[in-house]
Write a protein that binds this ligand. Structure first.
Ligand code: AMP
Length: 401
């Protein structure tokens, strides 16, 4: 890629500002799933092993009022990071001012400091001022003034234009680089969409067509086949004139679904059968429906014939991008379609298989098939934006090589 990367930077003795994605679940002062912290370790370790001073910035949750702050402190994250790195991490409980500036001035080479949640800047004196989330120009300039170089390793927020990613980067021209995680995400998603080994098959699922229209539009130009599963398939069924019973349906998107089908021709592959249930419950009565879905029944998973059909489309693929589960995978009785597709992707040893973040990532992890796939994106919204072919401001702001 043409962007500056961490390996292009001279780090020795430098104050290295780093935007990482530590937006992890924290409950009662304890970090839950620490995957995102683990994902940032390679870049952090690289910086400290090259004698840089690692000054880390991240957001955590949404700060909209003063009372949100205590529960969204990054202190527990600093503790977990310290355990993972097996070295001390200095936590600075503020986002600006003398306490932060002194702490940075006192750092030795190879040390690590974590700044308080960048979104604390969104609320000042009880007012929701969105300095971080609104990319306040003064804030980006101030944070940039605290360091010598900048590394953005937070792919998960790259679709947002915030002071801690875009703001800092634009104030450090020629010195803003991508971290290893960011580089990996750009490489896999970028190559898949813009330079794929063919056949390139996209699998789209999840709840709503409305969330994925941009992705379908863009991928229709890029992919050889687009498989549609999950709740969004029923709006396409309705567009074909089929009955969908109580299944998820976006009536106002039926026309859009029609247009997509006209444009796509045989590129679009829809389910041919569904597991239908008499209520939205794991213990509901179920049966397989081909064609129409009767009133009183709702489609909660793809059926066995659809699994076979999708596998036949996928078997020769060289590139697969997957976003969105095939059914209500959170309920074991309706997870079979998602599991089958995940397992099948795991057997495609000659293909690059990429999962595009969000619920699909949760699904492949929960179902235990993540290890067999090539790349699991860390960013839900960011990877969707990428798949829509849109520019991600966080990436655009990184300096060119
Ligand atoms: P998304 O965030 O758009 O990827 O949607 C993920 C959600 O879609 C998951 O919570 C699934 O349970 C849900 N989902 C998938 N298939 C269906 C379906 N047939 N009916 C209702 N919800 C579904």
């Amino acid at each position: 890629m043409a962007k500056l990367t961490v390996e292009d930077l001279d780090l020795k003795g430098k104050k290295v500002l780093m935007r990482v994605d530590f937006n992890v679940p924290v409950k009662d002062g304890k970090v839950g799933d620490d995957n995102r912290i683990v994902a940032a370790l390679p870049t952090i370790k690289y910086v400290i092993e090259h004698d840089g001073k690692a000054i880390l910035f991240s957001h955590l949750g949404r700060v909209k009022k003063e009372e949100d702050k205590p529960g969204l402190s990054l202190r527990p994250v600093a503790e977990r990071l310290s355990n993972l790195l097996q070295k001390p991490v200095t936590f600075v409980p503020v986002t600006e001012g003398k306490q932060l500036e002194d702490a940075i001035a006192n750092m030795k080479d190879g040390e690590v400091l974590l700044v308080q949640n960048t979104r604390y800047e969104d609320v000042k004196d009880g007012e929701y001022v969105k300095r971080e989330s609104g990319n306040d120009p003064e804030l980006g300039k101030y944070w940039a003034s605290l360091g010598d170089v900048f590394i953005n390793d937070a792919f998960g927020t790259a679709h947002r234009k915030h002071a801690s990613n875009v703001g800092i980067a634009t104030n450090m021209p020629g010195k803003a680089a991508a971290g290893f995680l960011m580089e990996k995400e750009i490489k896999f998603l970028g190559d898949a969409v813009d330079n794929p080994q063919r056949p390139f098959v996209a699998i789209l699922g999840g709840a709503k067509v409305s969330d994925k229209i941009g992705v379908i539009d863009h991928l229709l130009e890029k992919a050889d086949k687009i498989i549609i599963g999950g709740g969004m398939a029923y709006t396409f069924f309705a567009a074909q004139g089929k009955k969908v019973g109580n299944s998820l349906l976006e009536k106002d998107k039926i026309d859009v679904a029609k247009q997509i089908m006209d444009k796509a021709g045989d590129k679009l592959v829809l389910p041919v059968d569904n597991v239908v249930a008499d209520k939205f419950d794991n213990d509901a009565n179920t049966k397989i429906a081909e064609g129409n879905i009767e009133d009183g029944w709702e489609g909660l998973d793809i059926g066995p014939k659809s699994i076979k059909l999708f596998e036949s489309v996928l078997k020769d693929a060289k590139t697969v991008v997957w976003n969105g589960p095939m059914g209500v995978f959170e309920m074991p009785n309706f997870a079979k379609g998602t599991l089958a597709i995940g397992r099948f992707l795991g057997t495609l040893s000659n293909a690059t298989t990429i999962v595009g973040g969000g619920d699909s990532t949760a699904a492949v992890k929960q179902l235990g098939v993540a290890d067999q796939l090539t790349h699991i994106s860390t960013g839900g919204g960011a990877s969707l934006t990428y798949l829509e072919g849109k520019t991600l401001p966080g990436i655009a702001a990184i300096s060119e090589k």
